[in-house]
Design a protein around this ligand. Structure first.
Ligand code: GRG
Length: 298
């Protein structure tokens, strides 16, 4: 089977899992639930739930425990995209190949849909307790919940988005840019890789290393995003090229130059793969997925 076919099968599996947990479009809150489901059903690569599923499988976890977290992380990720697309933030009209949530439902409803997805995400993850069979599983779920909330919150993705907003139209140094990339992008990737392992009761040393792998891959993923905005192909990317430069954004390329950016992607990827190969269990699919992500052209 080709790798693209393997990705297609796994994405379909993630979609099936997410669908099981989406709220029913009924009652007085029907409009906001429709807007929430519209955003989630718009598709996307489903990377974060895929990471949870793959590391959970590596350490022989139970699907009943990891599935609520797979759906939850995608809901939380989708809320961040819905809010990021709003006119007051990135002001985007298209996302995942369709009109953005505010373009279809209006800004007020898009804010609410994001709020709804964030809260329903946690509500969904908490449901994993219902499937816990023993004290160890209960403890693992509590630990995974804390990690999810910490990586999505003010010391994670929200913190990164804040630093990004504050530094708009300002010159920033490379440590501020690294803070933004790590928190805005890498935290939720780290979270995915670690949550699957935690839920399966993986040794804490391995969970720590998965965090370092996620940080390197997440930052490399974002640097590659910056590179593609300069060198990408419009047809392949399906979006405008050069937007960062036109808007005067601080990117890895604008601060370090394109060659250094490419070298850093390679260095971070190599470091992540070395750590990954040192784990006590293997996952060839996940290894290849990480390489494909940082080498992507779209
Ligand atoms: C509003 C709190 C808040 C945070 C927004 C996600 C985000 C933070 C901003 C979106 C802009 C951006 C380039 C973020 C970096 C992370 C990133 C590349 C997100 C897109 O993730 P993918 O590529 O998207 O996994 P899909 O659509 O495939 O799920």
């Amino acid at each position: 089977m080709s790798f693209d076919e393997e990705i297609r099968i796994r994405t379909a599996h993630c979609n099936d899992v997410i669908l099981k947990f989406l709220p029913l479009e009924e009652g007085y809150a029907k409009e906001v639930i429709e807007a929430m489901n519209y955003s989630v059903n718009a598709g996307g690569k489903r990377l974060r739930p895929m990471f949870i599923y793959e590391t959970n499988k590596m350490y022989c976890g139970r699907p009943e425990i990891c599935e609520p977290f797979m759906a939850a992380i995608e809901m939380i990720h989708t809320y961040s995209l819905v809010h990021d697309d709003l006119p007051e933030m990135d002001n985007d009209e298209y996302r995942r190949g369709r009109k953005t949530t505010h373009a279809v439902y209006g800004q007020g409803m898009a804010v609410l849909a994001g709020d709804g997805l964030l809260n329903f995400g946690y509500e969904t993850a908490i449901r994993a307790f219902e499937a816990a069979d023993n004290a160890e599983e209960t403890e693992n779920i509590a630990q995974a919940l804390l990690l999810l909330a910490a990586n999505a919150g003010i010391y994670g993705m929200v913190g990164g988005q804040c630093a990004d907003l504050v530094s708009e139209n300002e010159k920033i140094d490379d440590s501020t840019l690294l803070y933004i990339h790590k928190h805005k992008t890498a935290c939720m990737i780290e979270s995915g890789l670690q949550i699957g392992a935690i839920l399966a009761g993986a040794p804490s040393e391995e969970v720590r290393n998965l965090g370092r792998i996620g940080e390197d891959i997440g930052i490399a993923f974002q640097i590659q995003d910056d590179i593609l905005d300069v060198e990408g192909n419009i047809e392949e990317l399906g979006k405008t090229i050069g937007k960062d430069a036109v808007e005067g954004k601080n990117t890895y390329v604008s601060i370090h130059g394109i060659e250094n950016a490419k070298a850093d992607v390679r260095k971070r990827t190599d470091e992540a793969l070395k750590l990954f190969d040192g784990l006590s269990v293997k996952n060839d699919f996940l290894r290849e997925l990480m390489i494909k992500l940082v080498e992507r052209t779209n």
